[in-house]
Design a protein around this ligand. Structure first.
Ligand SMILES: Nc1nc2c(c(=O)[nH]1)N[C@H]1C(S)=C(S)[C@@H](COP(=O)(O)OP(=O)(O)OC[C@H]3O[C@@H](n4cnc5c(=O)[nH]c(N)nc54)[C@H](O)[C@@H]3O)O[C@H]1N2
Ligand SMILES: Nc1nc2c(c(=O)[nH]1)N[C@H]1C(S)=C(S)[C@@H](COP(=O)(O)OP(=O)(O)OC[C@H]3O[C@@H](n4cnc5c(=O)[nH]c(N)nc54)[C@H](O)[C@@H]3O)O[C@H]1N2
Ligand code: SF4
Ligand SMILES: [Mo]
Length: 918
């Protein structure tokens, strides 16, 4: 048995994984001979993983992997042809229209080596800074705020602060689902040290439910909340005057405004959306405790006032004098595994490598280092502007790498049209199925996680080696290699890298030069510039700054601890927010605010997790969560299908976007839809087609979380599921969602006209009958070929709840009397929703076990003495649910509570009936 250490492919927690193989030869290992566990040596996770991390190996068994370069016509070509074609097209476009007519759009899921080479290619040789990344949609408000306050994009704290904090405030972060391993660490700190967890989120999320305090904030009011806090601290004389005087600038101007805001606490509380008592309690936490850690994520970043809001949070820590001190200060939770690495190499159009800007001295240093006359002379176009420029023809050739912008950018239909019309689109992907890949003129096969090799940097500045452990499929190549090929074909020197180690060494050497020239910068990889190939291969997780080789494998620790910052004066900056701005509705006809984000078990546009049956089971179809009070306003009921209508998108003949699920955890007037759905999985596509692309003026990050739209019900005559053969282009399909099961794929379908529904895949060789699911009449059609079931269609007037896996097992069986009887029974049995993805435990199993516990306890101790906590514990011990990765803990508890309550109500009813009879 041999083992390789690597890092998880998903979120910015950056967990280490250990992959073991029973075969000695790693190059030819197939996935089935591998096992994966959390790396207990890794400082980020100490062996823990979440449900997505645990299923990393399943993600490799993809239905459709891209194996060779291919043209839009479908014609495969070889790498030599592909790189020549790209080099020619880019060179011609630049010759005719100038360097800014081309662009690269990258991703926080690329490795640092890929990112470095892409930046060198564009900014150093193509002479354009039109290189942006999906991190613009993700981290740029935090980046801009840290640059403004600290002078550099440097997260001061580290994960160890979690155990040192007395209070952890999570702002706009559903950490229980999105950074699960860190959240488990926070819960452990809560159990061990009584750490208070506070969640600021308009939604009572799974995270909020496990917190000590939930501030159900009015969307966008975080700025008022934290600017008000600064005023409150000043009013109460609870600011560190010495620290402010010695280490900061701009306090006086900022605090004047803050004090005005907090003067009338009742008015402020109203603005924030909480009671004055709650607001006072929240503010007092900052006075009563020294060690308060705040951590923010997309609820803050993805806002048109995201940068000001983040600075308002940082201002409070500066006023308290707590930046870079143990267990306190500001922390930014990064989204993607290498969002931080991308920022280090200058992945954003608004910066150059190693945290440099476009000042003359910085550009000169870079040009000298790369041995070119000059580098790009000004900032390039950021994501949203970049695709606007593609749409209006300013950009004529674009290379998209490791991201799916047709799904993930706001106003996505415009992005799709822009790419369809763009003269030359290159997409580097691991699958040909992504919505963006479908629009590529040249599609390049990239090595994915498990094949590729390089480094990533997580939220706390720790660099971890991502190591390949499977032979690359077909002709797939590292992204840095693909860029280097094209660069060489264009005649550029400096792209003859032998391996990823040589790319990394060059980047670290550049960092050393930058540190030498600008010693106030914190970012420093000098200690890594002389790594040999073998040292690079064996590099242990290392936190930057790394000044000397002796520091390899160590933790660089907290930054700005001595109050010296990376600004020209060395002092941190208070930033006065532009208070005139608010997170206004984009339309005067406010109907609902559309909030969007993540689900627990899926990753982004689902290209890597949509095919994993166990991760698909919890939310099989796209849903829009809606407060129950709003159902009447939109004339919809739970389970109905709807679409949205907004200023940017009014579909002429709309298909259904999502199914309504009522959710009292939301504020009224707010709906939530996940960002995950796309054309690849759902005919209705995703939420981004309805969102406008307004951005924060400083960070240029889109305000995804606050948009307005109208809900439109879509009435279907028939809807249901088809197992086995499916015709996606059939007439009248208005709802179509593909779901991978362990044994195949089924499709959720719907028709506006009953005629179309009955006609769907009608065949002379089919059996037709009706059945009953929970009292609901359904139509069954079983198509056969040579006596074998090839398709089973179930349709009804409303949603049909079926156990999908056992239903699909009937496909491929001989159709005889016993088949029909069993199928009929299976349909009648209906279904129970999945609650825990790790163990596969369903609602029905939890109900059964809770009822059994209830009966047992009431038998022994009497009905008056039953204890929920005891039953919950016994149920979890028996079923194992909620105890593996822990991210579904709150859903398991809620589900158990519901069934417990039912059991109690049932008993009450029994008692009252008995009494009545008596
Ligand atoms: N399961 C899973 N985990 C992931 C990812 C994934 O796709 N799936 N993606 C990763 C990536 S790239 C990222 S960026 C992170 C994102 O991680 P998070 O930011 O934690 O996730 P989101 O669901 O985008 O949004 C967080 C919360 O912001 C809240 N919010 C909306 N408006 C406001 C507001 O005005 N104020 C406040 N305070 N809150 C508001 C939403 O209600 C939501 O609960 O997750 C990472 N982890
Ligand atoms: N409405 C709404 N929209 C959002 C958000 C939101 O909260 N709400 N969140 C935004 C945020 S924070 C983010 S980070 C983005 C994420 O959005 P995207 O970046 O568009 O989403 P992914 O699905 O991660 O796309 C990554 C693509 O890269 C491919 N890939 C995987 N590995 C490799 C590789 O090694 N090389 C190459 N070349 N390709 C690879 C995958 O197959 C996949 O298609 O979405 C943003 N969009
Ligand atoms: S928390 Fe989960 S998704 Fe994030 S890095 Fe760790 S295992 Fe991967
Ligand atoms: Mo992100």
């Amino acid at each position: 048995m041999s083992t390789i250490q690597s890092s998880c492919a998903y979120c910015g927690v950056g967990c280490g994984v250990s992959v073991s193989s029973t075969q000695a030869d790693w190059d030819h290992t197939d996935v089935s001979s591998l096992t994966l566990v959390g790396d207990n040596q890794h400082p980020a996770n100490h062996g823990h993983l979440c449900a997505k991390g645990e299923r990393l190996l399943d993600s490799l068994v993809q239905p459709n992997v891209l194996r060779y370069p291919v043209l839009r016509s479908g014609k495969p070509i070889n790498w030599d042809e592909a790189s020549s074609l790209i080099a020619d097209k880019f060179a011609q476009t630049i010759a005719q229209h100038g360097p800014n007519s081309v662009a690269l759009y990258l991703s926080g899921q690329l490795l640092t080596e890929d990112y470095y080479v892409a930046n060198k290619f564009a900014k150093g040789y193509l002479k354009t800074a039109n290189v942006d990344t999906n991190s613009r949609l993700c981290m740029s408000s935090a980046v801009s705020a840290m640059q403004r306050a600290f002078g550099e994009d440097v997260v001061p704290g580290c994960y160890d602060d979690i155990e040192q904090a007395e209070v952890i405030v999570l702002i706009g972060a559903n950490t229980a689902w999105t950074h699960p391993v860190l959240f488990q660490r926070m819960l452990a700190a809560k159990r061990a040290n009584n750490t208070k967890i506070v969640v600021v989120d308009p939604v009572a999320t799974a995270t909020a439910k496990q917190a000590d305090m939930h501030i159900a904030i009015t969307p966008g009011a975080d700025l008022a909340l934290f600017h008000g806090l600064l005023g409150y601290l000043a009013h109460n004389n609870h600011v560190d005057k010495d620290y402010i005087a010695a280490h900061t600038e701009g306090f006086d101007e900022t605090v004047v405004h803050a004090k005005q805001l907090s003067e009338d606490i009742n008015q402020l509380a109203k603005q924030v959306g909480v009671s004055a008592t709650t607001l006072n309690q929240f503010y007092q936490l900052f006075i009563q405790h020294k060690h308060v850690l705040t951590a923010s994520c997309q609820g803050v970043n993805q806002s048109v006032i995201g940068t000001d809001t983040t600075n308002a949070i940082i201002n409070c820590h500066l006023a308290l004098g707590y930046v870079g001190k143990t267990g306190s200060g500001f922390f930014s939770l990064t989204g993607q595994p290498n969002a931080m690495g991308g920022r280090e190499v200058g992945g954003l159009a608004t910066q150059l490598a190693c945290h440099m800007g476009f000042a003359d001295g910085e550009r000169e240093l870079l040009a000298n280092f790369w041995c070119v006359d000059s580098v790009a002379d000004k900032k390039g176009l950021a994501a949203v502007d970049m695709f606007d420029a593609v749409a209006d023809g300013r950009i004529k050739a674009i290379w998209i790498m490791g991201t799916n912008p047709v799904v993930s950018l706001p106003n996505s239909s415009k992005v799709a049209k822009a790419l369809a019309d763009c003269p030359f689109v290159v997409v580097s992907e691991i699958t040909p199925d992504s919505d963006t890949a479908k629009l590529a003129d040249v599609l390049l096969p990239a090595q994915g996680w498990s094949e590729k090799c390089g480094t990533v940097t997580n939220s706390e500045r720790t660099i971890t080696r991502q190591r390949g452990f499977i032979a690359a499929k077909g002709q797939s190549k590292a992204d840095w290699w693909a860029i280097s090929q094209v660069a060489q074909k264009m005649g550029f020197a400096g792209f003859d890298f032998a391996n990823s180690a040589s790319v990394f060494r060059e980047f670290a050497a550049l960092s050393a030069k930058v540190k030498q020239a600008f010693p106030h910068k914190v970012f420093d990889l000098s200690g890594l510039q002389h790594l040999s190939d073998s040292e690079y291969d064996h590099l242990a997780p290392t936190q930057w700054p790394i000044a000397t080789a002796e520091q390899i494998g160590q933790r660089g620790g907290r930054q700005f601890t001595r109050g010296v910052f990376a600004t020209p004066t060395g002092k941190a900056q208070f930033i006065r927010p532009a208070l005139a701005k608010t997170n206004e509705a984009s339309s005067p006809h406010v109907q609902v605010i559309v909030n969007s984000g993540r689900s627990r078990d899926q990753w982004h546009t689902m290209t890597r997790t949509g095919h994993i049956a166990s991760l698909r089971a919890s939310i099989p179809e796209p849903v829009i969560r809606l407060h129950p009070n709003m159902l009447a306003t939109f004339s919809v009921s739970d389970g109905d299908l709807v679409t949205l209508e907004s200023d940017v998108h009014t579909a002429a003949s709309p298909v259904a976007l999502a199914r309504v699920v009522t959710d009292p955890d939301l504020l009224p007037h707010m709906v939530f839809m996940s960002m995950h759905w796309s054309k690849q999985f759902s005919l209705g596509m995703g939420v981004n087609q309805f969102l406008d692309n307004r951005v924060d003026p400083v960070s240029l990050q889109p305000g995804f979380k606050f948009q307005t739209a109208v809900i439109k019900p879509i009435h279907l005559a028939l809807q249901g599921v088809v197992f086995g053969h499916h015709d996606p282009a059939a007439q009248g399909l208005c709802w179509q969602v593909a779901q991978t099961l362990t044994s195949g794929i089924c499709h959720h379908i719907g028709f506006r006209s009953a005629q179309d529904g009955f006609a769907f895949q009608a065949s002379a060789h089919s059996l037709l009958w009706s059945a009953n699911v929970n009292g609901q009449r359904v139509h069954v059609q079983c198509n056969m070929e040579k006596g074998i079931a090839i398709a089973i269609k179930i349709l009804s007037s409303a949603r049909v709840d079926l156990a999908l896996e056992p239903m699909n097992a009937f496909i491929g069986q001989s159709v005889d009397k016993s088949f029909i009887k069993k199928l009929h029974q299976q349909i009648n049995a209906g279904n129970s929703p999945l609650i825990c993805a790790c163990t596969g435990v369903t609602d029905a199993q939890i109900a059964d076990e809770m009822n059994a516990q209830f009966d047992q306890q009431s038998f022994h101790d009497g009905k008056q003495h039953v204890q929920f906590d005891k039953a919950l514990d016994a149920m979890q011990s028996s079923l194992g649910c909620g105890r593996q990765c822990g991210s579904c803990h709150s859903e398991v508890t809620q589900c158990a509570q519901q069934h417990w309550q039912q059991a109690l109500t049932y008993i009450d009813a029994e008692y009252s009936t008995e009494e009545d009879v008596a």
